[in-house]
Design a protein around this ligand. Structure first.
Ligand code: SF4
Length: 299
């Protein structure tokens, strides 16, 4: 299957982008593996004619919005992120009426329709810096309450109103699960994603995006770590650090939508060129503005 994928990729001038939460065997054959910020930047500059995006729907949509002339395919079009829908547009309108200078800051994990109502997109790796750099005092952070609260703590000079959405995978990890794994490995520092609940962040040693967690583990002189994020990251951690040990809360946090990106589905989409991501032009034009602004401010 891997040989066939390689052949088709070259033949069709396709590039495969995979998120760290995609299955290990898909990360293995991907041309680029990363978090949503890195993949958005790659999608923006790739010269390939076809982008196969192994992630969830908001990522495929973002790639299409950044490259309207390219063919963006997803191995499984039903791979979706529940959090991406967790904002009521009426709430945005209401807050815009209440605060004259309101900036709507949209975590990239959101639908194109919500991006249209936003001023700037962010990811977990650039949210703090981008929010800090905005001239606006009043910010509505959508859709993730936990990342929003984390940013609010780091940027106390802003009035950050947080929307009540969450990632069901990260928010389901409990402090008890984390304490259990810590009790078994007391010398291992806890590296945690800011989509987790605040009481877990409070007992952790390092808070960062998936890419920042990977970077921290690689640079650290320690040789064992407790990883508190989606367990697909284990492939990259083990590949980069074969002599280090990584522990996860039990059960291992697993995003079933990300796991729909199987090797079979990648091969099938390359063969058939079906599952094309489409975004209505009027939506695409408006959703591009906050994405472009993120890439500009993120630089
Ligand atoms: S891990 Fe959470 S935020 Fe990421 S795609 Fe899955 S549900 Fe969405």
């Amino acid at each position: 299957m891997k040989d066939k994928i390689e052949r088709l990729k070259k033949q069709k001038n396709a590039v495969i982008l995979a998120h760290y939460y995609a299955p290990a065997e898909v990360q293995e054959i991907a041309d680029y593996v990363g978090d949503s910020y890195y993949l958005a930047k790659i999608a923006k500059k790739t010269a390939a004619e076809i982008i196969v995006f192994c992630g969830v729907s908001f990522m495929g949509e973002s790639a299409k919005i950044l490259n309207p002339e390219k063919k963006v395919l997803m191995p499984d079009l039903s791979a979706d992120c529940p959090m991406a829908h967790m904002v009521a547009p009426g709430k945005i309108e209401q807050l815009k009426r209440e605060y004259e200078d309101l900036a709507v800051v949209c975590y990239i994990n959101s639908t194109a329709a919500l991006k249209c109502l936003s001023d700037v997109c962010v990811t977990s790796s650039n949210a703090v810096n981008i929010v800090r750099s905005l001239p606006n005092k009043n910010i509505f952070f959508i859709p993730d309450r936990n990342l929003g609260r984390f940013v609010a703590e780091q940027v106390p000079e802003k009035n950050i109103i947080v929307n009540d959405g969450c990632c069901p995978i990260h928010a389901a990890i409990t402090a008890e699960q984390l304490m259990q794994i810590k009790a078994a490995h007391p010398n291992a520092p806890i590296l945690i994603h800011p989509e987790c609940e605040p009481e877990l962040l409070a007992i952790s040693d390092f808070i960062g995006s998936t890419a920042e967690i990977i970077d921290y583990a690689a640079k650290s002189e320690r040789n064992e770590f407790i990883i508190c994020t989606e367990s697909g990251v284990d492939y990259k951690l083990m590949t980069d650090n074969p002599n280090k040990t990584f522990y996860y809360p039990s059960p291992w946090p697993c995003c079933t939508d990300m796991k729909l990106n199987t090797l079979e589905a990648v091969l099938s989409v390359l063969e058939k060129e079906d599952n094309e991501v489409t975004v209505d032009r009027s939506v695409s034009e408006r959703a591009l503005r906050p994405l472009d602004r993120m890439l500009e401010l993120g630089r």
